[in-house]
Design a protein around this ligand. Sequence first.
Ligand SMILES: Cc1ncc(COP(=O)(O)O)c(C=O)c1O
Length: 387
Amino acid sequence: MKLSDTGPDARPCAPEVAATLRDEVLSSHAYAVPPATGLIKLDAMENPFPLPAALQDALGQRLAHLAVNRYPDPAHQASLRAALRQHEGLADGLDVMLGNGSDELIALLSQAVRGPDGSPGTVLAPEPGFVMYGVSARLNRQNYVGVPLKADDFGLDAPAMVTAIREHRPALVYLAYPNNPTANLFDDEAVAQVVDAVLANGHGFVVFDEAYQPFASKSQRARLGQSPQILVMRTLSKFGLAGVRLGYLMGPTEVIAQLDKVRPPYNISVLNLECALFALEHASEFARQARLIRDQREQLCGLLGALPGVRCWPSQANMILLRVGDSDAQATAVHASLRAQGVLVKNISAAHPLLRGCLRLTVGSPEENIALVRSLHQALDDSRQPG
Ligand SMILES: Cc1ncc(COP(=O)(O)O)c(C=O)c1O
């Protein structure tokens, strides 16, 4: 995916500034977040459920007592790391590194690595995939290689991945499990071949990005500790705290200790730390919400798949990928009609050739999902009107 896919056209700037900034910065675009005020927001895989009122009040009390005049106390961060280790059931010898969202961890990983001969490293991921792997690689002067998924079911093309891993000897191989935007889990055998190829290189990390783990039937977490080259990244965003910004990277203690050196010392604010601790203390509420979302997903997939001319892929995440037409123009028309009816989803038709005619939407609350299906019906009708 090109860096230019992430936003509107680059702005011109003064020659002194242009001469000062790196080409990767000048030629890139800010990540575009579309305005959503007044819309049903189904474009960013957020949890649609707010905290129950009693928990919201309790959280407010906790935040009110924080010393916001002080830098975050290392003990506060240590408490959250301990709580996450417990939440994840991490064995001795494994540890966690905290990021201001997984986005920051992805950027920090790109800062930390290099190629086998000391030159810039390569970041490799299947495509279509999460856009920030490529963005962070390029901004940190690493090469980026995308390997296409299989066209029909978006499965991992293991022979192509293995060939690319042997050729490029990547420093980072990301496998989003489930993948964004295709929402599927990759086949076990294909994943094993990718891992074996990276280990055979004796260079590079395989990073399993499990952002959507609360909605998935399987995980790669059991691979932690099998090799110093295997890392697993998770986030509290999809769990229910997208506004808090808390991601975490798990791996062998000595590897995490090295990677942690690139982390800014106070990257997690006292507010984030306390919210995350509070959420882990109430993990059962978030697990209940995830169950509701998984139920809603199954119902929604059934309804969307039954719409005429719509193809809906099975999902292991809180998003659904669907094809609404054969062209970008059709996807754009359906997207625009949904928006005009007050529903915001993501038009990803132009993001990758395999996604032609596709939209991606978040599974919302029952009311939001009903509104979505109704509006989509209308949007499909509108887009098929002649002229
Ligand atoms: C696969 C994947 N990884 C990571 C992230 C970023 O998560 P965070 O909110 O923790 O930065 C996303 C966000 O959508 C994602 O889809």
